[in-house]
Design a protein around this ligand. Structure first.
Ligand code: FPP
Length: 248
């Protein structure tokens, strides 16, 4: 496997383009530990995480990516203490209020945010409707579970009367339908698992696990991730060109 090629002299925008990095996804883990280290409540970690999320999403757009997905609230996160859950809901609502300032992002909420209450359901839908057709795509996973997403797709197909389905049928009925699959998934916070995130779409994604806690994850860490991605050889189950032709 070709790894660790040195791309240090090449601008990151060029690497994004040349490597075909269209879609980056983040599992934003480590907010709680970030807060604990500072003797702050967990909610302060989520606030810092939400601020950082805006910075990182804008930066990914600036360096030429087409799509970004963030895991903001899983279907399991509802089990957290009420105070923490409510703080995350408030952050979502204030994020939506500020999102009007972004003029080129098409927002999509993946998951079932509407199940979390009428206000969240209405606000998320309004933002999706008012930003449709914009060039940079942002998926915010909120009340999202990867298995539930696949079940949702299959149920939609069954409701259409299908008795057998193809991979394309499933892809076309996921919450992410019509958007590219992630090329790269970055998980911060030193855990090495996928946690029910984009299970179907991640089939050929490159994975990067970082020890950095999400609120500390910076634009230069994005640059490093892009360089790492560009150094990898993606074969999608096939062979490198040189190996196919017998060349070097
Ligand atoms: C995991 O860290 C993070 C979450 C459960 C929430 C992620 C949410 C944000 C970054 C902000 C959300 C943005 C919007 C728009 C609402 P953790 O709490 O599990 O951290 P820990 O593992 O250190 O405890």
């Amino acid at each position: 496997m070709e790894t660790n090629r040195d791309f240090s002299g090449i601008p990151v925008e060029t690497l994004v383009k040349q490597s075909g990095l269209r879609h980056i996804a983040f599992i934003m883990d480590g907010n709680g530990r970030w807060a604990k280290k500072r003797m702050l409540p967990r909610e302060a970690g989520h606030k810092a995480g939400a601020d950082n999320f805006k910075t990182i999403v804008r930066y990914c757009k600036k360096i030429g990516m087409e799509c970004c997905t963030v895991y903001a609230f899983s279907t399991e996160n509802i089990k957290r203490p009420r105070r923490e859950v409510e703080a995350l809901f408030r952050l979502l609502i204030s994020f939506i209020e500020e999102a009007a300032e972004e003029d080129d992002i098409e927002f999509r909420f993946i998951g079932e945010p509407g199940e979390l209450g009428e206000t969240i359901g209405q606000r998320t839908k309004q933002l999706e409707d008012s930003t449709r057709g914009r060039p940079y795509r942002l998926n915010i996973a909120f009340n999202y579970g990867g298995r539930a997403e696949i079940v949702h797709a299959v149920n939609r197909l069954m409701a259409e009367g299908k008795t057998s389905v193809t991979e394309d049928d499933i892809s076309a009925n996921l919450y992410t339908a019509g958007r590219p699959e992630p090329d790269l998934i970055v998980r911060t916070g030193a855990e090495m698992r996928i946690s029910n995130f984009l299970l179907w779409q991640a089939a050929y994604a490159e994975l990067i696990f970082s020890d950095i806690l999400w609120p500390d994850y910076s634009t230069s860490d994005v640059d490093a991730a892009v360089r790492e991605f560009a150094s990898r050889s993606r074969r999608f189950g096939g062979l490198d060109k040189a190996d196919q032709t017998g060349g070097t």
